[in-house]
Design a protein around this ligand. Structure first.
Ligand SMILES: *Cc1c(COP(=O)(O)O)cnc(C)c1O
Length: 400
């Protein structure tokens, strides 16, 4: 997954362009910046690479989600249906706009189960937010149909799936809006950064203003800009954008290596009939940032994790079920509504209700799933060693 593995001369060149002018901000200073506009260039590259009409860079993927929600009109008391397996940022963003995260089950795609989404719709539901976890995607046709039938917004958290596609379209460009993260461990990194993508001009214009204190960006004099609404500061800097610009130009190389290494490792695990793999919805193409696989039972999966740990080969293998950042079972701060300042009574009630909500279907999936992160820089020998050791551990646990 991580673009930082192939960081080098290209990134240094783009950053140096900015350092030479000394204009580290993306707006204004038209003369001294000598034609260097890295954030604008990166936004253009994003629209061209992923095939969307508009892209608004932000300071992080979390900020991109918040911005997208605000621009889509999601706010106080609105319910956002999202999966119980995701990164904490997804619900942080929902809470940040005063909305209510409604967590529902995932299926063997490791993303939203469309039936669970249907069952969770109430008169307050405003948005469905699939999270395309670990490089692959939710069943976007099914979710789009549900959103269409119920007049709901589809917002894709594609932060982890840069480069994945569904029926020929880039993930993140299919819903009313979608987001990527460019944090340090994502497919493309800016160190910190994110983007809101949309084909809706109004959503884009709002995202553009919102991320810069509500400035309308219509005049040539920034100081004279009007403020059609209240905004915030979620700007990306030119230095960060410069890194991302170098990275996006190498995306095809990253994806090629990732797919090759994923396939090579998968060939080892496929030798074990008891191992099955994450389902990719029909018409989808996995970005292959992870190889996600299942064992028949939760006990066997835990035993494999324990054995990998004992042998010192657990690094890069994620057992999300017992992981503090990614699964509902460990989100005590969310379930206890532990916030630093007061939240609305409505939000608090929705969060504490999670203490008694059962996610049996998700538990049954996630307790049997291990995701192996795919490195861009593995050699064939390293993959062979990894695959052979993994097979040995699994066979030992299976008693073979
Ligand atoms: C990384 C990530 C985010 C947030 O991105 P940051 O840039 O780290 O704020 C949001 N959602 C998912 C699924 C992520 O993996």
């Amino acid at each position: 997954m991580p673009g930082f593995e192939l960081f080098g001369a290209e990134e240094r060149k783009e950053v140096n362009d900015v350092l030479e002018t000394g204009i580290l901000m993306r707006y204004g200073f038209d003369g001294p910046r000598k034609g260097i506009w890295k954030a604008q260039e990166l936004e253009k590259a994003i629209t061209e690479t992923f095939g969307c009409q508009y892209a608004q860079l932000t300071s992080s993927g979390t900020a991109a989600l918040t911005t997208a929600m605000v621009a889509l009109g999601i706010g106080a008391g609105d319910e956002v249906i999202m999966p119980a397996f995701t990164f904490v940022a997804s619900f942080e963003a929902v809470l940040s706009v005063g909305a209510i995260p409604v967590l529902v089950d995932v299926d063997d795609t490791l993303t939203l189960n469309p039936d669970a989404v249907k069952n969770a719709i109430t008169p307050k539901t405003k948005c469905v937010m699939p999270v395309h976890m670990c490089g692959s995607m939710a069943d976007l046709d099914a979710l789009s149909a549900i959103c269409h039938a119920n007049n709901l917004i589809l917002l894709e958290d594609a932060c982890q799936s840069i480069g994945g596609t569904y029926k020929g379209k880039a993930l993140g460009t299919i819903g009313h809006a979608g987001t990527f993260s460019f944090d340090f461990v994502k497919m493309i990194t800016c160190a910190e950064g994110g983007v809101v993508m949309t084909n809706n001009k109004d959503v884009y214009t709002k995202a553009d203003g919102y991320t810069d204190h509500g400035h309308d960006h219509l005049g040539v004099d920034r100081g004279a800009d009007l403020h059609p609404f209240i905004g915030y500061n979620f700007r990306i800097s030119e230095l960060h954008a410069a890194v991302g610009l170098a990275q996006i130009k190498k995306l095809n190389i990253f994806l090629e290596l990732q797919k090759k290494n994923n396939k090579a490792l998968r060939a080892y695990l496929e030798q074990i009939p008891e191992v099955s793999f994450r389902r990719v919805p029909e018409g989808g193409e996995d970005s292959c940032s992870f190889l996600s696989w299942f064992l028949p039972t939760a006990d066997q999966t835990q035993a494999v994790v324990n054995e990998m740990k004992a042998q010192g080969i657990l690094a890069g293998n994620f057992y999300w079920f017992a992981n503090n950042w990614h699964y509902i079972s460990k989100w005590d701060h969310l379930k206890n509504a532990t916030t630093l300042s007061r939240i609305s009574a409505e939000q608090e009630a929705a969060l504490t209700k999670l203490q008694s909500t059962v996610f049996a279907d998700s538990d049954a999936i996630m307790s049997r799933c291990i995701s192996t992160a795919i490195s861009l820089v593995w050699t064939e020998e390293q993959i062979q060693e990894k695959g052979t050791k993994m097979i040995a551990v699994i066979n030992k646990v299976l008693g073979k």
